[in-house]
Design a protein around this ligand. Structure first.
Ligand code: C5P
Length: 236
């Protein structure tokens, strides 16, 4: 697996739409992200099918439960053959350690490399105000993100999901080898849709993030293959 890559978010409602999109890629096999909508709608077979076509898969299910439950779930995800998956850092260092063990167990049983495991720090949809008022977290949102990233590193995970603008802060606190996976990618002047703070692929590269997750700028483009190639040319 490449150290840096462009991951296409397959935010489609079902397998039909997903494969209509993937069929456009006749030359390259992009790294793709499968999220909750597609996974819960189609079940684990969608992962097996996309994997069998030769794509690397980031399964974005953001696990958060008691440690033993997460460990057993992660083992099953490893047996599915995913290449990257994630948990909520809010589940604590212990939960993250168990998640990693589950992935290791599954990888061993399947005779393959362990998938990368990354954590979500604070969802970008959570404002500092809500975090402080509703979750009673007294710190600033940036301090919380850095602390959660440090916990993630302490648990032995590979990195975190964060906005490109947070990536520099996370790298400073956790080191350059600690992976950052960043959504919120847009070209200047393009429709931001529901993203608030956005970064272009070349700026994401300059910041030093490792993987970018790009959805609509590629999936809704008139020519998705050309759009994917442009993002790759600008980021890689
Ligand atoms: O279409 P767009 O490029 O905005 O898609 C970004 C993808 O990254 C979506 O699948 C979205 O759920 C995900 N994501 C995000 N912001 C986060 C975490 C995940 O946009 N903080």
């Amino acid at each position: 697996m490449k150290k840096n890559d462009v991951i296409i978010a397959l935010d489609f409602k079902d397998r039909k739409e997903t494969f209509e999109f993937l069929d456009k890629f006749t030359e390259e096999k992009p790294f793709v992200k499968i999220g909750m909508e597609l996974f819960y709608g189609e079940g684990p077979d969608i992962v097996r099918e996309i994997k069998a076509r030769g794509h690397n898969i980031f399964l974005d299910l953001k696990l958060h439960d008691i440690p033993m439950t997460v460990r057993k779930a992660m083992k099953n995800l490893a047996l599915l053959g995913v290449d990257m998956t994630n948990v909520h850092a809010a589940g604590t260092i212990e939960m993250m350690k168990y998640a990693l063990e589950g992935l290791e167990e599954g990888a061993k049983e399947a005779g393959r490399e362990r998938a990368l495991l990354i954590a979500v720090t604070q969802l970008t949809s959570t404002s500092e105000e809500r975090m402080q008022k509703e979750l009673l977290i007294d710190a600033s949102i940036n301090d919380t993100i850095v602390k959660y990233a440090e916990n993630t590193k302490a648990a032995g995970l590979d990195g975190v999901v964060c906005s490109p603008l947070e990536a520099a802060m996370v790298k400073e606190a956790c080191g350059t080898d600690f992976l950052t996976v960043t959504p919120g990618i847009r070209y200047p002047g393009a429709d931001k849709a529901d993203q608030v703070r956005v970064t272009s692929p070349s700026d994401a590269k300059a910041i030093g993030t490792d993987y970018i997750v790009v959805g609509r700028p590629i999936t809704k483009a008139e020519d998705p293959v050309a759009a994917y190639r442009k993002v790759c040319a600008d980021f890689l």
